[in-house]
Design a protein around this ligand. Structure first.
Ligand SMILES: Nc1ncnc2c1ncn2[C@@H]1O[C@H](COP(=O)(O)OP(=O)(O)OP(=O)(O)O)[C@@H](O)[C@H]1O
Ligand SMILES: [Mg+2]
Length: 369
């Protein structure tokens, strides 16, 4: 399946998008099932929980739900719940009355109001502070709320779509996420599968990004040699579509296919095979620190207008945990219970982390050419 508009709309968090469907491509049965589910829920008003590892396309799915809904011509607003402390998040979501706090000079609408009749996309919902979880639950139950410092209830008809790369069930068990909010939000859940579960998508994604970036950088590189494409299809892509996009973009910018292939053939930096004495994010002597951070999926600076530090920190945490967990798994010969003990986390938490970090058993990685 291949769909989406010819126009890519780049948005910063909170900008309104009026029904612009995002650009996406896919060819796998797994993603066909996702798009079918998207079509089914788009027509309704129910909250949707979009789940999946980092970089799989949750944003794309959330925007597509809106773009295919009867609300498509109304605003689509996004808030990253991990990016703001509770007090700021509250005034962003619900707005405030003049005089509610120092600097509140005018009555100001929150995103719930601004997105009324449209869709509000709450990204990284797993990171929402507990006090805000309680307030969100209230809006979902009552359809109304008060602005900060306000006394008049505000009624809204805002469709809520949320996304997370966390295992919310584990978060509930740990006490970090409210079970009642989870049940409210999880009316329909759409899981976007990691790229390693849908290798059929790799060629069409490569073609899509090659075309996009070859056009943008006026490069002649618009097709990959068969052996390289084959390697791409077999690679486990721990950073999912974002990693693939980033790699293709670098290939186009550098105009060099083979240097990238070298990296894929030696997946050590990603699979945590560096000797223990090596610093976690050390750049090999031939690589700049930026290139090393890009390689680890922490940073990519080309074409990046915005670089939220919170996101960088989260990716750095995942990369560092991937190193530590990979090291301990190898030391324990992939005995996960033993590794969990030594990492001082529960077995369940380790399974979640392995999934979150995209760690692949090296015996599978070894089968790569
Ligand atoms: N099917 C697809 N077709 C084309 N581009 C895609 C597709 N899926 C993802 N992308 C692109 O890959 C990148 C990552 O996707 P997206 O931001 O939606 O991931 P995400 O799951 O929201 O990641 P995160 O958990 O880090 O927020 C984006 O540039 C997006 O446009
Ligand atoms: Mg996202």
């Amino acid at each position: 399946m291949s769909a989406g508009s010819a126009v890519e709309r780049v948005e910063i968090d909170g900008d309104a998008s009026h029904g612009q469907p995002p650009e996406f491509v896919s060819a796998s049965g797994a993603m066909d099932a996702v798009w079918r589910m998207v079509d089914r829920v788009a027509a309704t008003d129910v909250p949707v929980l979009v789940r999946g590892e980092s970089g799989v396309g949750k944003d794309v799915v959330a925007r597509t739900i809106h773009a295919r809904s009867p609300r498509a011509h109304k605003p689509f607003l996004k808030i990253n719940c991990a990016a703001l402390p509770a007090s700021l998040l509250e005034s962003e979501l619900f707005g405030y009355q003049r005089g509610a706090f120092t600097g509140a000079q005018n009555d100001t609408k929150g995103k719930f109001e601004l997105a009324s009749d449209g869709t509000l996309f709450l990204d990284e919902i797993g990171e929402m502070p507990p006090e805000m979880q309680a307030k969100l639950l209230q809006v979902l139950q009552d359809g109304e709320y008060f602005r900060v410092g306000g006394t008049k209830p505000i009624r809204v008809d805002t469709r809520v779509v949320v996304a997370t790369n966390r295992d919310l069930e584990v978060e509930i068990a740990r006490g970090g996420f409210r079970g009642d909010l989870y049940y409210r939000l999880n009316v329909v859940s759409v899981r976007v599968p990691p790229l390693r579960e849908r290798p059929e998508d790799v060629p069409i994604l490569v073609e899509h990004f090659l075309q996009r970036y070859a056009r943008r950088y006026d490069s002649g590189l618009d097709i990959l040699p068969d052996d390289v494409l084959d390697l791409f299809v077999r690679y486990p892509w721990p950073g999912n579509v974002r990693e693939l996009e980033n790699l293709v973009r670098r290939m186009v910018v550098l105009g060099d296919v083979r240097c990238i292939v070298g990296e894929l053939k030696d997946p050590k930096p990603i699979e945590s095979s560096a000797p223990t004495s090596t610093p976690v994010i050390a750049a090999p002597p031939t690589m700049t620190a930026t290139a090393a951070l890009e390689r680890l999926g922490i940073l990519w600076v080309a074409e990046q207008d915005e670089l939220p530090l919170k996101d960088v920190a989260h990716r750095a945490q995942v990369a560092a945990e991937r190193e530590a967990i990979g090291f301990m798994l190898r030391r324990c010969a992939w005995n996960k219970r033993k590794a969990a003990q030594k990492l001082q986390i529960s077995y369940k938490a380790l399974l979640y982390k392995i999934k979150e970090c995209g760690i692949v058993d090296p015996r599978i990685a070894e089968s790569l050419p």
